[in-house]
Design a protein around this ligand. Structure first.
Ligand SMILES: [Fe+2]
Length: 211
């Protein structure tokens, strides 16, 4: 099956393209370059009409929070992304990505990929996905070597490195090697869309390790 034959994944990637394409850059040349990089790689992927790899749907404890996050997200600034995600919610493969992680994090965190080397929409130069946190989560410090990362807030309030409060619609950029930790607000779950750009060898084997 190709992307063009799958309306759910197609609509979700179109929403990513719109969100990253329309995101303000805050006057930062580095963020501008990253936003342009994500949108051009995504356009190239869409133009190739890539294969969709079958991945079995996989829930995690945190996915019990997904309906509340989607309900909050559907009226916010990232509503198109939230609504397109809701349409494919039953098909998502949620995972932790770490071989060992603290017990409380196993209950309160998970991510799913939409586009990337492992699919479900196959691409070697870009990963797009979502990370979901339960209310009041602490996501420990980590860094991604060789990967440019951006988070787009869809639902909930959160902070990175105690540096300010992020709300739906805001975008946070982490250049390669940037050490970061995340805290999320207690009033509801937090849903972030994310993009990773890097060399295909890195994206295929990011080596996620918590400090
Ligand atoms: Fe990260």
């Amino acid at each position: 099956m190709r992307l063009s034959q799958d309306p759910g994944w197609s609509a979700l990637l179109a929403a990513f393209a719109q969100a990253w394409g329309a995101s303000p850059d805050g006057g930062s040349a580095a963020i501008r370059a990253h936003l342009d990089d994500v949108t051009s790689r995504l356009a190239a992927a869409q133009g190739r009409d890539p294969a969709c790899l079958p991945r079995p749907p996989e829930p995690l404890p945190v996915t019990a929070q997904l309906p509340a996050a989607l309900h909050a997200g559907r009226t916010g600034p990232a509503a198109p992304v939230s609504r397109a995600l809701a349409a494919v919610a039953s098909r998502l493969t949620w995972e932790w990505g770490y071989t060992t992680l603290p017990e409380d994090l196993a209950r309160s965190y998970g991510y799913c990929e939409i586009l990337g080397p492992r699919g479900p929409v196959q691409d070697d130069g870009l990963i797009l996905g979502f990370v979901l946190f339960a209310p009041g989560t602490f996501y420990p410090p980590h860094a991604h070597q060789g990967i440019f990362e951006s988070y787009l807030s869809v639902a909930g309030h959160w902070a990175q490195n105690d540096g300010g409060v992020e709300q739906p619609g805001s975008l946070v950029f982490n250049p390669p090697g940037t050490r970061h930790f995340i805290t999320t607000g207690h009033n509801g779950p937090c849903l972030l869309a994310y993009a990773w750009v890097g060399e295909s060898a890195k994206l295929g084997n990011p080596g996620m390790v918590l400090d």
